[in-house]
Design a protein around this ligand. Structure first.
Ligand code: FAD
Length: 440
């Protein structure tokens, strides 16, 4: 007897719940199909959740992101699996079998009400990766006050109970008994017909940019750290204070192309959105500290988007940001100043600025673990480690593997409008497959 084949599955898996993955999930879910949305972090939103305001409109990032994260979190057709990672994938288009590993939060999220008391009472404070090392969090934490889902996780490496065998303060104060130190990781298996990979980007690691003092000098930070200093929900509630002593910096140097367009560092490409966010940073700094001086070192300015050129002009002309054309050669500490050496390539003269704070627009690089995930999915990487499109011209959302699509900054640097457009584009590709398959 011939076995009847299972019908092609009209259900999608999206890996990565940044703005690109969320957009794709909402488009597919709103068309009546089910989506499994996986993110390795405890909550969704990706890098956009770390931003203060967005160029070129200066919209509050949280204000435009939160309606999306809430909609994703409540959508009947979206199964949200945060703090989870794809372990293996088998099969092919229409019939992928996926194993997803769920990491232990040590909190029963079904019972937790998200009251935040555990976090308040936890005695252990550690440096926060989400706050980009300029802020702290507790050992039991949510990424941000607007986190979706608004459920905490315990960081076992830093939790006093896990390390020393005593404390359990979170458990004592949890009125619904949601703390579960015995929780273990487990895996689930799901069947999906198509996959969208939307795992985004990282920034250049702290140990790779020695000439800038990055990772060594406390007042040399990267752009995401500056976003957290600007953010009302960040560690300084939006006041620009330098990390070393909390002083309001009066001279701030912004350095563009810190690592980008430098083949020796393995980053021959332009990181694309840094010219824009640097203009935004300098502008927002001037709004917060009107008597401060902002300098921008640049090689050239790439502002090729709608309203982008005008935005950079506004920083120069209205906010009086001083743009200096030249590459920085060295940054070092001298007493409480950070000295920046460079050359003004327009005048040919050497430049020295004694700054209070230096903000590096560090290179955009592939996510940690992107290579391994790509290999597991049978997706190729380009020479820089970003996921390779099947054809950059005519098929920018397809991969070489039928049924697996790309969206957002995991195939190369993209700003928010581009990531959103790609999320919708990848969703449309998936929906056109589902429309051709007869039954779920
Ligand atoms: C300092 C700075 C300022 C910026 N300011 C602006 C701005 O003002 N305007 C603008 O348009 N753009 C700005 N950008 C760019 C913006 O951050 C990106 O356009 C946007 O975040 C891209 O979204 P994404 O969804 O592609 O990726 P991401 O935001 O990186 O999201 C990817 C998601 O995938 C998850 N993930 C990663 N790996 C895995 C895995 N293996 N398994 C499961 N999940 C995984 C991550 O946890 C994350 O949630 C800025 C960037 C920087 C660095």
């Amino acid at each position: 007897m011939v076995e009847k084949a299972e019908p092609l599955c009209r259900r999608a898996l999206i890996i990565g719940a940044g703005i690109a993955g969320m957009q794709a999930a909402l488009d597919i879910a709103n068309s009546g199909y089910q989506v499994i949305l996986v993110d390795k972090e405890p909550s969704i939103g990706g890098r956009m959740a770390q931003l203060s305001e967005t160029f070129p409109t200066l919209d509050c990032a949280q204000c435009i992101l939160t309606p999306r994260t809430v909609e994703v979190g409540h959508h009947d057709n979206i199964e949200l699996l945060t703090y989870s990672e794809v372990e293996s994938i088998e099969g092919g288009i229409g019939d992928f079998r996926v194993r997803i590993r769920r990491k232990p939060a040590y909190v029963n999220w079904d019972l937790c009400t998200g009251c935040g008391l555990c976090e308040e009472k936890c005695p252990k404070r550690v440096v926060s990766e989400f706050e980009r090392w300029v802020g702290k969090r507790k050992a039991i934490y949510t990424l941000s006050p607007q986190a979706v889902p608004n459920k905490p996780v315990i960081d076992a490496e830093n939790c006093i109970y896990f390390v020393e065998g005593k404390c359990r303060a979170c458990e004592k104060f949890c009125s619904v008994e949601a703390i579960d130190f015995e929780q273990e990781e487990y895996s689930i298996e799901e069947r999906v017909g198509a996959v969208i990979l939307a795992t985004g980007y990282d920034l250049y690691p702290t140990d790779g940019l020695g000439q800038y003092g990055y990772g060594r000098l406390p007042d040399v930070i990267d752009g995401l750290a500056f976003e957290r200093l600007l953010s009302a929900s960040g560690p300084t509630t939006g006041q620009v204070k330098r990390p070393s002593d909390g002083k309001i910096p009066k001279e701030v140097v912004f350095v563009q192309c810190a690592g980008s367009r430098d083949p020796e560092l393995g980053v021959p490409y332009c990181s694309k959105f840094c010219c824009m966010y640097t203009a935004k940073h300098a502008m927002l700094y001037k709004h917060r500290v009107p008597d401060g001086q902002a300098y921008v070192f640049y090689i050239d300015i790439r502002a090729a988007g709608k309203g982008y050129e005008e935005f950079v002009r506004r920083a120069m002309e209205e906010d009086r940001v001083l743009y200096l054309r030249g590459k920085v050669s060295k940054i070092f500490q001298n007493d409480d100043k950070v000295i920046v050496w460079g050359t003004d390539t327009l005048s040919g003269l050497p430049l020295e600025v004694a700054a209070d704070l230096v903000v590096l627009a560090t290179a955009t690089v592939p996510r940690d673990g992107a290579k391994e995930l790509g290999r597991m999915l049978g997706i190729e990487a380009d020479e820089c480690g970003f996921y390779a499109e099947a054809d950059g011209n005519m098929h920018p959302l397809e991969t070489v593997r039928p049924g697996i699509f790309l969206a957002g900054a995991d195939s190369g640097p993209k700003d928010i409008p581009e990531a959103v457009a790609q999320g919708s584009g990848a969703a449309a590709k998936v929906l056109s497959l589902f429309a051709r398959w007869s039954s779920p």
